[in-house]
Design a protein around this ligand. Structure first.
Ligand SMILES: [Zn+2]
Ligand SMILES: [Zn+2]
Length: 420
């Protein structure tokens, strides 16, 4: 069958585009089995079925099309949009990840010079931006699971690639979360294995800086992960309480306000230890963090997270106080100030939170009382204002009506004239 040309569609292909819009996966599957249907056919704008499915946010349809050999990097769209750009525009993180897994190039630009991440950011789809900026293919990691050149054994034992990839792909950079990810996998939570992972992270960091299209963001992320892993190794080797001890150190709040000083200092130090001093990103981060007194906003974690994941509004209240996961909803029943994913996260934090919980409760109650008082005052003022306005309106009512009609007429004339 000939190479697809824009708008040159067989009747079945036209039907396929319609079925994709409707979302009937079964029918699409049947059509893709027809002889006169090419999975990479192009509509009049140069859009493939995959681009349509991605744009419409239909994950099952995307999956089906990829299974049938849809080209994720087709670049025939009239404005140079790719399937990844359409996925980003749709705001669907699962589809965005699917395109990346299928090998979508992240640095291709459209006709106005924007990458998929920039397009997604432009329309406010920040979760998709995060997914794109943090993507690191398993294939790139698997490279280290094969002995290279004269090596007798690979730098990364193959069994570690899976769990390590999970850590790399995490968009939550809270060190507690990372240590929890390490701890949950017995293969990783072992000093020697973890030290190998740490070295691979450093090698990838170096590669990100030295490759032709330098990626400082990914380099910083890899460096930061290597720092967290390094700390894990140290605690596994030297401490009786191993990784639990590290989690405790990271969560321990200072007496005055419960601010986790160790965690803040650890993240600041990790950033400062980035081995490539000339990196623009490093300088930006240091400039943002250095003037901030420890305990004030922004925290090093929020600055780092914003730089690496593009996540904005990080200080919102929906993040778990322990592990930083998004969407936490369980509130401490006493102070009602801090929130957690679940009881596990709350238990992790209690040893230090209990010292400030009552204080936070008092603060909140005081604040709420003030707000209530202010609102009462405002309501009273509003009521007075309404009454005054009503009184003056009543005095003007006759005049207002006639004037209103006049101005309505005045408005109508020019518009009608322009229409004619
Ligand atoms: Zn949590
Ligand atoms: Zn509390």
């Amino acid at each position: 069958m000939s190479a697809p040309k824009k708008g040159d569609l067989s009747p079945s292909e036209k039907e396929l585009f319609e079925v994709i819009t409707g979302g009937n996966v079964q029918e699409a599957s049947r059509l893709l089995g027809c002889k006169d249907v090419r999975v990479n056919c192009l509509d009049e704008y140069g859009m493939t079925p995959l681009m349509h499915a991605a744009y419409k946010g239909k994950a099952d349809m995307c999956k089906l099309l990829l299974q049938h050999g849809a080209n994720v990097n087709c670049n025939q769209h009239e404005h140079g949009y790719t399937a990844l750009m359409f996925a980003g525009l749709s705001g669907k993180t699962d589809i965005t990840a699917m395109m990346l897994d299928a090998g979508a190039e992240t640095d291709v630009v459209n006709s106005v010079g924007r990458t998929a991440a920039q397009m997604a950011a432009f329309v406010g789809q920040h979760d998709c931006v995060t997914v794109i900026n943090n993507f690191f293919s398993r294939a790139r990691l698997d490279y280290y699971t094969r002995a290279q050149g004269l090596e007798k054994e690979p730098k990364l034992p193959p069994k570690l690639a899976g769990p390590l990839h999970k850590v790399i792909m995490s968009t939550n950079l809270n060190p507690v979360k990372m240590v929890l990810l390490v701890k949950e996998n017995p293969l990783l939570a072992e000093a020697e294995a973890l030290d190998k992972c740490r070295r691979v992270m450093e090698l990838i960091c170096e590669k990100c800086i030295k490759q032709q299209d330098m990626n400082e963001v990914l380099a910083m992320k890899m460096h930061y992960i290597s720092c967290v892993l390094h700390k894990c190794v140290a605690f596994l080797r030297d401490r009786e309480d191993k990784l639990d001890g590290l989690i405790k150190c990271l969560l321990k709040g200072r007496d005055t306000d419960g601010f986790p000083v160790f965690q803040e200092k650890f993240i600041r130090e990790s950033i400062r230890k980035f081995p490539y001093c000339d990196a623009t990103l490093l300088q930006q981060l240091v400039r943002s963090i250095a003037p901030v007194e420890i305990g004030n906003d922004p925290t090093a974690l929020s600055v780092l997270t914003q730089a690496i994941t593009g996540q904005v509004g990080f200080m919102d209240t929906e993040f778990c106080t322990s592990c930083g996961e998004k969407g936490a909803e369980k509130r401490c029943s006493i102070c009602k100030v801090v929130i957690y994913c679940d009881q596990t996260c709350q238990k992790l934090h209690w040893f230090t939170h209990k010292k400030v919980c009552k204080k936070l409760q008092a603060q909140r109650e005081k604040h709420e009382a003030e707000v209530a008082k202010l609102r009462q005052q405002q309501n009273k003022e509003n009521a007075n204002a309404v009454q005054e306005a009503t009184e003056s309106m009543e005095g003007l009512s006759v005049k207002t009506n006639s004037e209103g009609t006049e101005s309505e007429k005045a408005n109508c004339v020019p518009i009608t004239a322009a229409g004619n």
